[in-house]
Design a binder for this molecule. Structure first.
Ligand code: IMP
Length: 430
């Protein structure tokens, strides 16, 4: 199997960074296909910690091509800042190692302002976004008024695109009590950043097609998690992109047949940042303990994450919508020392039992979890590298998860260190 897609199966923050880094060592190309710098991927390599937001995780490994696909929305100023930061940590980034699709829509300063204005002005509309302009930038893409990377190359086109966007945005801003956008200033800023971005611009669909023909291994790196998917997530409390595995094809310009293995990243419990339903959320001491032991604070916003028991019903659903072939279970050690563990297996709503999360937001909010209980384990699972290193109860917990979600475990990650991994199935294996 040559090409692997890695997706989060919960509400993001499943620990994708480590797994992607682990897999990227064996990949030739690492491609981002959705989201933007709302993502936060932490990579620990030796003593060095890298915090990436917009850059694909492959950049920290020498000799790989990292690609930002058309499904991503890109803040050019943020990206250049991130590149400089990573260079400061001794990583080389050149147009040979990083390519940005020419059809990537840009996140502009007014997108961030709009995002934050909506979040603060009207509590009814609050989503709990990262405030980075992701939603407004995708709105402009679909509204056919986005400024895309390729537009930076021609000044007349750029002016035309800016005017087209401002007709819409200035009207919107007036309604929100925001000043009109300073056109001259925006154009000056775009002209200034253009050469730094255009250096990396490339027809990514073509580069990936050629890489595939040459037998190169491509790793598609998802951001966020399937429950934040614009179609299949807990709408409207979602991000504005498709997060599920099918987006790897649309968001880079490679056919769906190119995807050989979908690896779903599954945290051994559940977390969520921002607003929205969360049936297995714990507001008690157990929730507090999961948050503290799991260091559950957002990489991008520093916000405290909401914590709860593992929800097998939701992960069964997201494994189905992403066509997950195998899962990577992460942060099992956070459960060490819990006397009893609960797993959500379904919901009750208006006297009826559900084996999936109903679609309507009000119904999702009213679902009460149905739990089964298991005995926990007192031993440490930190750093386990084989099944023999795990307590029997921990293995039982993993096996029960496999059964309930209907998907086998391909890997178990037992610490942030890349070597602390139990490998069952190599997603890249032929
Ligand atoms: P946005 O993507 O900034 O529009 O935020 C929409 C929702 O997605 C909010 O609930 C965010 O907390 C959530 N979100 C966005 N990116 C991430 C992520 O990388 N991890 C976890 N949650 C995220």
């Amino acid at each position: 199997m040559a090409n692997v897609v890695v997706v989060g199966t919960q509400w993001g923050d499943e620990g994708k960074g480590k797994i992607v880094d682990w897999l990227s060592e064996r990949a030739d190309v690492v491609a981002r296909f959705q989201g933007g710098h709302n993502a936060g991927h932490t990579l620990v390599v030796g003593d060095e910690v890298y915090k990436l937001h917009a850059l694909p995780s492959g950049v920290v490994r020498g000799g790989k091509l990292s690609v930002i696909g058309n499904g991503v929305v890109l803040d050019p100023w943020h990206l250049i800042g991130e590149i400089e930061g990573i260079r400061g940590q001794g990583i080389e980034i050149t147009p040979e190692t990083l390519m940005i699709a020419e059809n990537v829509p840009l996140i502009l300063p007014f997108h961030g302002e709009l995002d934050r204005a909506r979040e603060s002005q009207n509590s009814v509309a609050k989503i709990g976004t990262t405030g980075r302009g992701i939603g407004p930038a995708y709105e402009d893409k679909v509204g056919r008024r986005a400024i895309r990377v390729a537009d930076l190359a021609d000044d007349a086109t750029l002016e035309l695109r800016v005017d087209r966007a401002l007709v819409h945005h200035n009207a919107l801003r007036a309604g929100l009590g925001l000043e009109a956008v300073d056109r001259a200033d925006l154009l000056a800023r775009l002209r200034e950043i253009a050469p730094a971005i255009l250096e990396y611009a490339a027809p990514v669909w073509k580069v990936l097609t050629e890489a595939r023909r040459a037998g190169k291994r491509i790793l598609f790196e998802g951001a966020q998690g399937a429950l934040l998917d614009i179609d299949f997530g807990t709408y409207p409390y979602v991000t504005s992109s498709n997060v599920i595995a099918g987006q790897a094809a649309t968001g880079t310009g490679i056919g769906p047949g190119a995807i050989d293995f979908v690896l779903g990243i599954v945290k051994a419990y559940t977390t969520r940042v921002g607003e929205g339903p969360f049936p297995s959320e714990l507001l008690d001491e157990d929730g507090q303990r999961l948050g503290e032991r799991g260091h559950e604070f957002g990489t991008t916003t520093g916000r405290k994450r909401r914590c709860g028991w593992f929800d097998a019903c939701l992960v069964r659903q997201t494994c189905a919508t992403s066509g997950v072939n195998g899962i990577s279970l992460t942060k099992l050690d956070v459960l060490d020392g819990f006397e009893r563990l609960k797993i959500c297996t379904g919901y009750e709503l208006d006297g009826e039992r559900y084996d999936y999360l109903p679609t309507a937001a009000d119904r999702q909010a009213r679902c009460t979890p149905v739990y089964e209980e298991m005995e926990g384990w007192s031993e440490s699972t930190v750093g386990a590298r084989s099944w023999a290193d795990l307590p029997a109860q921990a293995i039982k917990y993993i096996r029960r998860i496999e059964e309930l979600i209907g998907c086998p475990v391909a890997m178990v990650s037992t610490s942030p260190e890349r070597e602390d991994t139990i490998l069952v199935t190599d997603p890249f294996a032929d």
